[in-house]
Design a protein around this ligand. Structure first.
Ligand SMILES: Cc1cc2nc3c(=O)[nH]c(=O)nc-3n(C[C@H](O)[C@H](O)[C@H](O)COP(=O)(O)OP(=O)(O)OC[C@H]3O[C@@H](n4cnc5c(N)ncnc54)[C@H](O)[C@@H]3O)c2cc1C
Length: 430
């Protein structure tokens, strides 16, 4: 949609008022932009205050940086303001002022209609042919096969992530493959993870807790290597772990699992506690609350379900008395539970299916495209958004890239189309 808007606005610049260039938007769903409605829990977190290349995963940093630097946060905010949409910022995340994702979709659709964009929904693009310097696009409309000629094309077919929102026959990479474009392996990203110790998770399901998560990879010699850490709210499910802290690690985890590497996550359920002060804290609490059983000793410190699992892992029971006379034994008992809560390790054995993930890691190899997002080997073929091998962190980064890369590809694709027509002696104004 942003590509179509930019292309039609570019055509207006060329002609002054009436657009000489036409844009046809082909969409397999029954309406355009359906995925937007599900974003940000229905509120659409459409960009982030700190957009930078480091928040993205890709195969070509140069192209990525060129695209991002041309469309910083302000450019995307300005674009939506121009369309009439005001916004609100919360902890660096931007939302439309009415906090409804439908607002974002509506302003885009309105602008498309103002610019006279032609839209065909319920059509499945299945092929392309490079013809007469342009492209023959093949698409199916129900049983009917149709063809349309275009001077330039923009692949904006997204990915299978969030597939529950898509026409099930849609193959986002299908059209690109017809053009001989290369793609990487695909992994789910921004997704929940499945853990081996499911007997714990069946008890923990539903718990939400502020945590620090540390990701480790283990090689064949069982050497554990620290990779990355995240802090924030963890959601426990009956199969494993979820929430933004997990989403941020999930793309990397999916890649590691595909390489048959063992993935260990350490959960610190008490990130406020400093390890250095732990002994002093235990001693003080033992003096303050003498004679309590374990469950009562930890009351007010740990979530009850988290405590139950930590006790179970240590072979202890909540009703067990903390021995009064033996300070060393009572210290060891309490300390083992605390250590478990601070370093709760779990093995991740899977990441949820790509159709349940928010984004896809992988896609069309970015280095096939130049800094204007035109295919280096196929003049007139552009790509933008999630179909490319670019995925960002949680927080508005993915939509930001979709809007920004769309605006760039749209503008450049129209320039290319108009140039082609002039070169071939067809005046765009006819
Ligand atoms: C549940 C959920 C929540 C999310 N929340 C956020 C968020 O808050 N912030 C954020 O930044 N990102 C979020 N994302 C990610 C974000 O929605 C995507 O990164 C973004 O929509 C990608 O835009 P796109 O235009 O590249 O692809 P898409 O939005 O996937 O659009 C591609 C379109 O192309 C159509 N299509 C594909 N193949 C064909 C074909 N062969 N023929 C015809 N049509 C075809 C599809 O039907 C689709 O409508 C979320 C994703 C999900 C699933």
């Amino acid at each position: 949609m942003t590509a179509a808007i930019a292309a039609l606005e570019e055509a207006q610049i060329y002609n002054g008022t009436a657009a000489p260039g036409r844009v046809l938007l082909l969409e397999s769903n029954d309406r355009v932009g359906k995925k937007i409605l599900a974003t940000g829990n229905g509120k659409c977190n459409f960009t982030h205050e700190k957009i930078s290349g480091v928040s993205y995963h890709t195969d070509d940093r140069t192209v990525l940086e060129a695209v991002i630097s041309g469309f910083p946060t302000e450019a995307v905010l300005h674009f939506f303001e121009r369309l009439g949409m005001l916004y609100r910022e919360k902890n660096g995340y931007f939302y439309p002022l009415p906090e409804t994702a439908s607002t974002v979709l509506d302003v885009l659709r309105l602008r498309l209609s103002e610019l006279g964009c032609e839209i065909s929904c319920g059509v499945l693009v299945y092929g392309f042919e490079n013809k007469s310097g342009g492209f023959q696009i093949c698409f199916a409309e129900g049983e009917k096969k149709r063809l349309v000629y275009a001077e330039s094309v923009i692949l904006a077919t997204g990915s299978r992530a969030g597939g529950f929102l898509q026409n099930k026959n849609t193959d986002p990479l299908g059209p690109a493959k017809c053009l001989g474009l290369r793609s990487t392996a695909l992994y789910p990203s921004l997704a929940k993870c499945i853990c081996r110790e499911d007997f714990y998770y069946r008890q923990l399901a539903g718990v939400r807790s502020q945590v620090r998560l540390k990701l480790y990879g283990e090689d064949q010699a069982a050497v554990r290597k620290f990779l990355r850490q995240e802090e924030g709210e963890l959601q426990l499910t009956k199969e494993g772990i979820s929430g933004i802290v997990v989403f941020q690690l999930s793309g990397k985890i999916a890649e590691m699992l595909s390489e048959k590497r063992r993935v260990i996550v350490e959960i610190n359920f008490l990130p406020e506690f400093s390890e250095g002060e732990l002994s002093g804290w235990i001693e003080e609490r033992l003096s303050m609350l003498p004679g309590r059983c374990l469950k009562d000793f930890f009351l007010g410190v740990l979530h009850k379900k988290v405590l139950d699992v930590c006790l179970q892992a240590e072979g202890l029971k909540g009703t067990q008395e903390i021995p009064r006379g033996d300070r060393g034994k009572s210290f060891r008992m309490v300390s083992s539970v605390m250590e478990r809560a601070l370093h709760f390790t779990t093995e991740v054995t899977g990441v949820s299916d790509i159709r349940q993930a928010q984004v896809c890691r992988g896609g069309l190899v970015l280095s096939q495209f130049d800094t204007k997002l035109e295919c280096r080997k196929l003049a007139g073929c552009f790509a933008c958004g999630e179909v490319l091998n670019v995925d960002g962190e949680c927080g508005g980064y993915n939509l930001h890239f979709a809007w920004g890369s769309g605006l760039l590809a749209g503008r450049e694709a129209m320039k290319r189309a108009l140039k082609n027509r002039r070169r071939r002696g067809i005046d765009g104004r006819e």
